[in-house]
Design a protein around this ligand. Structure first.
Ligand code: C2E
Ligand code: MG
Ligand code: MG
Length: 632
């Protein structure tokens, strides 16, 4: 029975070797390590079989040849444990000191143990071909050293759990378990020679879960897929290799899939992939549906590789006997070191593609400058998330002065973030990122809630503050649920909606105004009022003043300052003011810093003044002190 078991094991391993080698493959370190482990398992199985044949054929009279075959079998068993051990740790980069030490000691151990086993005596127990096994010092050493490898393997698996690919972790553990169970059975039932077979089954598990080359190949195009790209990139980073990359992307894929059938597109992409592969000078991967990434080693010049690729791909492409008309977009990534690891690089590639998805440029570069900007934005995003989580969102208030009543009648609520060291971050640094990432939805709502609470708690209306102005971002305005959300908050806090003025900006002009108008109408219906902020900076489209239900127009600081710069500007502004007044709207001039500015603006039709002359935006307590002192 022993021979049959070994032969089954040999058949399994040979099959795995054939399946691993007859398919196009990317040479990942894990792949090499797996093949080496397969070969050592095969060697152990072959020598196990040979040793059985040698023992049976020599009868009771064991020759030194039989002894040597048995010893080689024992050595190959330890090598099997050693190669599996190496395979487990292959994901962890050589940069890790513990792994470096571990690998060196494992190598020293395997060489020493191999020599000792070859020099130590081996004893053979043989009654008939069903009851034979080896024992003695060489066998003991084999068991002990294999045990050491298994223990170190399990230690690595648990100690570096986060660094080892999860699937490899499970597969290696199963492999190890099978081997340990088989070794235990063989230890107590010496005549059951099943270790080699158990290892072949273990390698089958690893193959199915991880090392099947098919899983790296996209069926339609025969090109390496995204999984292969991820693994290959991970390996480059683990080994500290500097690489460059080129993303080749179909700029107008809709043109293709609207015009041709899926089959025709697949045929075309297969052809395209092959041509790209042939001319690439690097490793080509299909990345996402309509793009490819080529990875070049440091020795290849990205510039000339790209030149060659673009010249080769710039040709007449025929699909379904017609000339296909499409454009390709190239993104050069000159240096992989702009990201700290493969995950960060992949994230950057995605973010870059998102940033430029609407760009008509066909030659782009993802370089250090872009990467640094991106990292900064990531940090800011993180800062906002942490601030929201840890309640470090502060609302400051800047008083607004009425030129008619000669006192503060309202205030603008302005958001600030405290970082974890207690430093105050001004909105200009984080609002754009919050808008890009959608975090402004949460942030805006927090400011709104805080401002409403503040107004209620401090009974600001008793201190002469008729309403608070609260900024609304374009992103918030576009949400169909904005009005309902804000209405709920207003009702929950119990504040009179008339005490709220929401500031919107003209930048909504670049987006659709559909939801904005519905939101405004709903909120206006319950009594909330609206101001048009940043007037004079962007489009200054007067149509909006008439179309939207606005009560107040806010002149931006720059516009206010301009009034004092030249008589020409003053004249233009005079007529703008007349128009706004004709539309029965009120005006706030922001950015008033000096007394003479206040005096002059009070003489013309400016209703309210907001500026450093009165006060910078201040924390709520200071704001209360400020308005407590004013005469009503
Ligand atoms: P904004 O809404 O136009 O707010 C007025 C800005 O002008 C404030 O800057 C204020 O400190 C500044 N300012 C007021 N008077 C003067 C002055 O006399 N001189 C100068 N040089 N500046 C003056 P801040 O607080 O840094 O806010 C900047 C922008 O950030 C705001 O401009 C607004 O667009 C945005 N923002 C602030 N808080 C929020 C918020 O809660 N939500 C949203 N979506 N945006 C906000
Ligand atoms: Mg504002
Ligand atoms: Mg403003």
């Amino acid at each position: 029975m022993n021979i049959q078991v070994q032969l089954c094991g040999i058949a399994v391993v040979i099959l795995l070797l054939i399946l691993s080698l007859n398919r196009k493959t990317i040479w990942l370190r894990s792949k090499r390590a797996f093949l080496v482990a397969l070969i050592s398992t095969l060697t152990a199985l072959v020598f196990d079989t040979l040793s059985i044949i040698a023992i049976v054929s020599s009868g009771d009279n064991f020759t030194s040849f039989t002894n040597t075959i048995c010893k080689i079998y024992l050595v190959s068993l330890v090598w099997m444990a050693y190669t599996m051990n190496y395979y487990t740790s292959v994901d962890i980069g050589v940069k890790n000191r513990i792994i470096r030490i571990h690998r060196i000691s494992a190598r020293i151990l395997i060489i020493t143990v191999s020599i000792i086993i070859l020099l130590s005596p081996v004893k053979i127990h043989y009654t008939d071909r069903y009851d034979l096994y080896t024992y003695g010092p060489a066998v003991m050493i084999t068991y002990v050293s294999a045990f050491i490898y298994v223990v170190s393997n399990v230690t690595i698996l648990f100690a570096f759990r986060n660094k080892i690919n999860h699937r490899r972790w499970i597969a290696a553990l199963s492999w190890m378990l099978l081997l340990v169970i088989a070794a235990a059975i063989q230890f107590f039932h010496n005549n059951l020679l099943i270790i080699g077979f158990a290892s072949s089954l273990g390698s089958l598990i690893v193959f199915i879960r991880l090392e099947n080359p098919e899983s790296f190949i996209e069926r339609e195009t025969g090109c390496f897929n995204e999984l292969a790209f991820n693994r290959y990139l991970e390996q480059c980073y683990n080994r500290g290799e500097r690489i460059s990359m080129l993303v080749v992307q179909f700029a107008t894929p809709h043109y293709l899939y609207e015009r041709y059938s899926t089959d025709s597109i697949n045929d075309f992409l297969k052809n395209f992939s092959k041509i790209l592969d042939d001319c690439s000078m690097g490793q080509v991967f299909k990345y996402r549906e309509w793009s490819y990434i080529v990875i070049f080693s440091q020795s290849v010049s990205l510039y000339s590789a790209k030149d060659k690729i673009s010249k080769t791909l710039d040709r007449d492409w025929i699909i379904d006997d017609t000339l296909a008309n499409f454009e390709l977009k190239y993104t050069e990534i000159p240096n992989s070191f702009i990201a700290k690891d493969s995950d960060a690089m992949i994230e950057m590639i995605r973010a870059f593609a998102r940033d430029y998805s609407n760009s008509s440029e066909t030659e782009l570069i993802l370089d250090k400058v872009w990467a640094e900007n991106y990292k900064k934005e990531q940090e800011i995003e993180d800062l906002i998330i942490q601030a929201i989580k840890n309640d470090r969102i502060e609302v400051y208030y800047q008083p607004i002065y009425s030129t008619a009543k000669k006192r503060f009648v309202s205030a603008e609520a302005l958001v600030r973030i405290l970082d974890k060291n207690g430093n105050l971050i001004p909105p200009n640094e984080f609002i754009p990122v919050a808008e890009d990432t959608g975090l402004i939805l949460q942030l805006g709502q927090i400011v709104f809630e805080k401002a409403c609470h503040f107004m209620m708690k401090e009974k600001l209306y008793k201190k002469g503050i008729d309403y608070l102005e609260i900024n609304l971002s374009v992103v918030q305005c576009m949400r169909s649920d904005l009005a309902d959300n804000y209405t709920k908050i207003i009702r929950k806090i119990g504040i009179d909606p008339k005490m709220i003025t929401l500031e919107i900006t003209e930048s909504f002009a670049i987006s659709s105004t559909e939801n904005l108008v519905v939101n405004m109408e709903k909120l206006k219906h319950i009594g909330v009022q609206f101001a048009l902020d940043d007037f004079g900076t962007g489009f200054s489209n007067l149509d909006y003043l008439l179309e939207l239900p606005i009560k107040v127009v806010k002149f931006d600081s720059k516009m206010t300052q301009a009034y004092f710069e030249s008589s020409k500007r003053r004249a233009v502004m005079g007529s703008v003011i007349n128009m706004i007044k004709a539309a029965d709207l009120e005006i706030v001039a922001e950015g008033v810093e000096e007394k003479h500015q206040l005096d002059e603006l009070s003489l013309i039709d400016i209703d309210f003044i907001q500026g450093y002359y009165f006060s910078k935006p201040v924390p709520s307590k200071e704001f209360i002190k400020l308005i407590d002192n004013q005469k009503l």
